[in-house]
Design a protein around this ligand. Structure first.
Ligand code: DLZ
Length: 171
């Protein structure tokens, strides 16, 4: 019931750092396009609303959510992105395919974040049915694309303010 208590789409704009000058990658999965497109639009609008410039938001599409980490890595290898946002929707079916996809994507994005020292945001809906997805893509539980964008801005800003990591010598 966490989403009933905390709708993170309703954030305080005053507390969000500026996204001006930051470079973002967005990777969008084509499966369940109606949902992922709604996530994407809200995500893009939120980045722009907080100062990200159009030329600093790079968007690519991948076939399904399983391909999100590979797409995210391609972006991170080619561009000096400050954050990569991955948007997908894996709806539970008759088999446990969703568990394999969700686990692989979450794990891979976490690993990419550790490897690159940059935020790779998990903006993947994992609903039991389409209605639950719609509720989170502009419905009664807000739009998780907004939350993904805010997370990316906050984490990119945090990294910028902490400065580059320095190579360690010894302990
Ligand atoms: C195969 C598959 C299935 C059954 N369901 C979904 C889904 O609900 N959401 C999604 O994003 N992708 C799904 N896919 C596709 C996989 O993510 C992947 O694209 C294929 O297995 C090929 O690697």
């Amino acid at each position: 019931m966490a989403s009933a208590l905390k709708n993170l789409s309703e954030y305080n704009e005053q507390n969000i750092p500026s996204a001006e000058g930051l470079l973002f990658g967005i990777v969008v999965s084509e499966w369940n396009t109606k949902i992922t497109h709604a996530l994407y639009e809200a995500c893009y609008e939120t980045l722009a609303k907080h100062g990200a410039r159009e030329e600093n938001i790079h968007v690519i599409q991948v076939p399904g959510s399983f391909e999100l980490p590979a797409g995210a890595r391609m972006l991170a290898d080619r561009l000096k992105v400050d954050a990569v946002i991955c948007l997908g929707c894996v709806i539970k079916g008759e088999t446990s395919h969703n568990e394999y996809i969700n686990y692989a994507v979450a794990n891979s994005l976490a690993n990419l974040g550790m490897m690159y020292g940059r935020p790779f945001v998990f903006g993947v809906l994992t609903p039991d049915n389409e209605q639950q997805a719609l509720d989170r893509a502009g419905g009664k539980h807000g739009n998780k694309g907004v939350e993904a964008a805010i997370t990316a801005i906050r984490m990119a800003d945090l990294r910028k303010n902490l400065g580059e990591t320095k190579p360690k010598i010894g302990f």
